[in-house]
Design a protein around this ligand. Structure first.
Ligand code: SF4
Length: 393
């Protein structure tokens, strides 16, 4: 069993749907990580590195203002154009200051552990996790778990399974474990309220009694997920949103309204679809769209792994074009087309302006790596035919 099958970060799924753990073993492994995931990973690493630097500086008697985020980010190998240096620099300082602050923990200094590895094998044999930050109050009565989320989809700390598991792990690491710390503890999500905005810190308290009953629940669900042949599969928005088994999960197909879509497809070429059926498709559009995406990923995973997938193949498509985000390019575009340098311009607009002004755009446009995309085999044969025909003309 791999470590990630049962972990705090996917507890929102396996605690709601223990049956997902074994079903996911039948899904081809993910190929690489998405651009969003890699951006999130880099932001996470930068947050942790800066917070550690900030912490060391304070231990050495420097002031908070002595640690300058802009200097830290300048030429940092994890930086890229997608990260706005100024706003992200402000977030780094907000995060680091929060971790060193004692405002929620009485007046004494706090002890903060950054990127703390946690052993949760008491709940499930291979369960491990790493808390972004754990803050221990000066009098050892309160623990605060802080989790940084870089994405714009709001995450609540309320009854957050991942944070509850981190809290249990952090409590277990203290000499008195769950016995001494009888007070409430704190779970905090640090996340930009809007993309590229300041960080907001949303906290909830959790009692030790709640933690104790949650611990037994988590232990039971993890054991069911690993040991039961047919553990319960329970679809829900929270469980299924990131579950990669959607394509092959019958419970999910039923829940997501796939039958509605199939009904609609069956009407093709026959009598007109009723408004009621169109409405049912629309009512289920979000889950149907997610299901189709999951089916695509599943088929791509099989083909990438060297297996067949009926009626489909992978075709290399050119990478997406995008506007180069640099001050020099903005300045040149401003001079060429009279554009306001502060306004972001899309490729489509630039193409139009280039045609109207009869200028080339090589200096302003970059093309991403070619990507393998899923295509029906007949469509590919048609494409080839057309290309050959074109060449013969
Ligand atoms: S798709 Fe949903 S119901 Fe199916 S296994 Fe995944 S989480 Fe469970």
């Amino acid at each position: 069993m791999s470590h990630s099958e049962i972990s705090p970060s996917n507890a929102h799924r396996w605690m709601r749907c223990p049956g997902s753990v074994k079903l996911l073993r039948k899904v081809p492994p993910e190929m690489g990580s998405s651009d969003d995931a890699s951006l999130g990973t880099r932001k996470h690493a930068l947050m942790a590195q800066f917070a550690r630097l900030f912490q060391s500086a304070l231990y050495l008697g420097l002031r908070m203002s002595d640690v300058v985020a802009a200097d830290f980010l300048n030429d940092h190998p994890l930086m890229s154009d997608e990260i706005d240096q100024e706003t992200f620099g402000n977030q780094l300082v907000e995060y680091a200051e929060y971790l060193m602050c004692d405002r929620k923990h009485g007046n004494g200094p706090v002890r903060t552990e950054i990127e703390l590895p946690l052993d949760l094998s008491s709940l499930s044999p291979d369960m491990r996790g790493t808390a972004d930050a754990v803050i221990y109050s000066h009098d050892d009565t309160t623990i605060e778990i802080v989790d940084y989320k870089s994405g714009s989809m709001p995450v609540t700390p309320h009854a957050n399974e991942q944070l509850m598991l981190y809290l249990i792990g952090a409590l277990q690491m203290t000499s008195d474990g769950l016995c001494k710390y009888e007070g409430d503890h704190i779970m905090t999500i640090a996340q930009p309220a809007v993309e590229n905005g300041p960080l907001s810190f949303r906290s909830v308290t959790v009692s030790i009694d709640m933690l104790r009953s949650f611990m037994f629940d988590a232990q039971t669900k993890a054991a069911a997920a690993i040991n039961l042949k047919n553990a319960l599969r329970q679809p829900s928005n929270e469980a299924c949103r990131w579950c990669r088994a959607k394509a092959i999960c019958l419970a999910h197909h039923e829940w997501a309204g796939a039958d509605v879509l199939i009904d609609a497809c069956d009407k093709e070429g026959g009598s007109k679809m009723s408004d009621q059926l169109v409405k049912r498709v629309l009512d289920n559009r979000k889950s149907i769209t997610a299901l189709i995406k999951s089916c695509q990923d599943y088929a791509i995973g099989k083909l990438n792994g060297g297996d067949d997938f009926p009626g489909y193949c992978l075709v290399e498509k050119p990478g997406r074009r995008s506007v180069i985000k640099s001050d020099a390019v903005k300045r040149d575009l401003g001079a060429l087309f009279g554009l306001d340098c502060l306004q972001p311009v899309g490729v489509g607009t630039l193409d139009r302006l280039a045609r109207e002004n009869d200028v080339g755009l090589d200096f302003a446009i970059t093309r991403g790596e070619p990507k393998m995309t899923l295509e029906p085999i007949e469509a590919v044969s048609e494409d080839f035919k057309t290309e050959e025909e074109n060449e013969n003309e």
